[in-house]
Design a protein around this ligand. Structure first.
Ligand SMILES: NC(=O)c1ccc[n+]([C@@H]2O[C@H](COP(=O)([O-])OP(=O)(O)OC[C@H]3O[C@@H](n4cnc5c(N)ncnc54)[C@H](O)[C@@H]3O)[C@@H](O)[C@H]2O)c1
Length: 341
């Protein structure tokens, strides 16, 4: 029998990609989304165009509404909880809204899962921001990038938690609650601490989704500002690879339940934000890109990249899409869909 999925944030970037994959497989999907993200209605149009108006159930609702999400979760076998406030800058400007959407919203989703009586699997999209600034980890500078001086394989899950920024705190609260519901209530929950995820259907803005934002800005002629020296390094992961990890966790839930996994491109897929990404983008665009420069943004790490060997060892997962190939796919999507931006 087809499983019932509840995907909170299912109209967002990661969510709509996952729903697309689930509908292709004939799953029953309920999207639970308040459509607050600018691109969300366009992602719904895409799903409807590919699968039809009635191919999924749509709940335009907020995860802050405990009663509503309890009702929506009643039939769910799998809850993929992606809804939330996603930008660090917004969390600094309005920490209460951020807390309510991410910490309280995740708590509501967990309670809905616990009380449904269906023993659903619960997947949670956490963030590498739970590791904070990692000030105890030495970094060194090369011609085009910063890198870890000693932590050559990247940050493992054993790195001490150090929530940084209201977003880091609210997502980290969710992260710890999701993990604890496995310990205390036996909920089959899995936490993914995601690095920079990128790909089609990502309506990146300056404050969040930098790869997509810079690609959209370059293609549509908007001004890009580089904060800091542009040599800060991130590991990037194509959304299709992330979704393979969600699938692997569902398949191997007896191993994955109660576990936390770093989820990023890892040491092989690191990219300096402008000193390396800029030339790649210029090559795809076929011309030089003029950028504005500004100081470092608060909390902007010089280096982050994940060590994903726990996911590799336990779930048999590793990224398949190299960064140049993935970036080319993103670029093509932006180029072919300029009317969306
Ligand atoms: N994209 C990344 O690089 C990345 C990295 C780490 C973690 N994450 C996490 O993954 C999840 C999905 O991120 P995304 O990139 O797809 O973001 P997104 O903004 O595209 O998707 C989030 C969706 O949630 C909806 N939403 C926001 N607040 C809501 C609320 N209160 N109630 C109901 N719906 C609400 C939005 O309308 C949007 O459709 C988020 O929880 C985010 O914190 C993303």
């Amino acid at each position: 029998m087809a499983l019932n999925y509840l995907v909170t944030g299912g109209a967002g970037f990661i969510g709509s990609n996952y729903v697309h994959r689930l509908l292709q497989r004939g799953a029953h999907v309920t999207i639970y989304d308040n459509l607050s993200r600018a691109g969300a209605p366009r992602n719904l149009d895409w799903l409807k165009k590919d699968f039809g108006e009635k191919s999924f159930d749509m709940q335009v609702a907020d995860v802050r509404d405990a009663a509503f999400i309890r009702t929506a979760a009643r039939q769910a076998d799998v809850i993929v909880h992606l809804a939330g406030q996603v930008a660090v800058t917004t969390s600094v400007a309005d920490p209460r809204s951020d807390f309510e959407a991410n910490a309280f919203g995740t708590f509501n989703a967990l309670e809905a899962a616990r009380l449904s009586g269906r023993d659903p699997i619960f997947i949670y999209a956490s963030t590498n921001k739970v590791y904070g600034g990692m000030e105890d980890v030495a970094v060194a500078e090369d011609a085009t990038r910063w890198h870890y001086a000693d932590l050559v394989n990247g940050c493992p899950e054993t790195q001490p938690l150090d929530f940084h920024s209201p977003y880091g705190c609210s997502k980290g609260t969710g992260d710890q609650y999701v993990r604890d519901y496995a310990r205390i209530y036996g909920l089959r929950s899995v936490v993914f601490r995601q690095s920079c995820i990128y790909g089609p259907r990502q309506f990146g803005i300056e404050d969040q989704g930098w790869l997509a934002w810079m690609t959209i800005a370059a293609v549509t002629g908007r001004r890009i500002t580089i904060y800091g020296d542009g040599k800060q390094v991130r590991d990037v992961l194509h959304v299709d690879d992330l979704l393979d990890a969600y699938d692997a966790a569902l398949e191997k839930i007896d191993i994955a339940k109660g576990r936390v996994y770093n989820m990023g491109g890892g040491a092989r897929n690191v990219l300096a934000v402008w000193s390396e990404f800029g030339p790649l983008l210029e090559k795809l665009l076929g011309r030089k890109i003029e950028v504005a420069r500004a100081g470092w943004r608060p909390g902007d790490q010089r280096v982050f990249y994940a060590n994903f060997s726990k996911a590799r060892n336990e779930l048999g997962w590793e990224p398949k899409i190299g960064l140049e190939q993935g970036i080319e796919r993103l670029f093509r999507w932006v180029k072919e869909n300029q009317a969306l931006f």
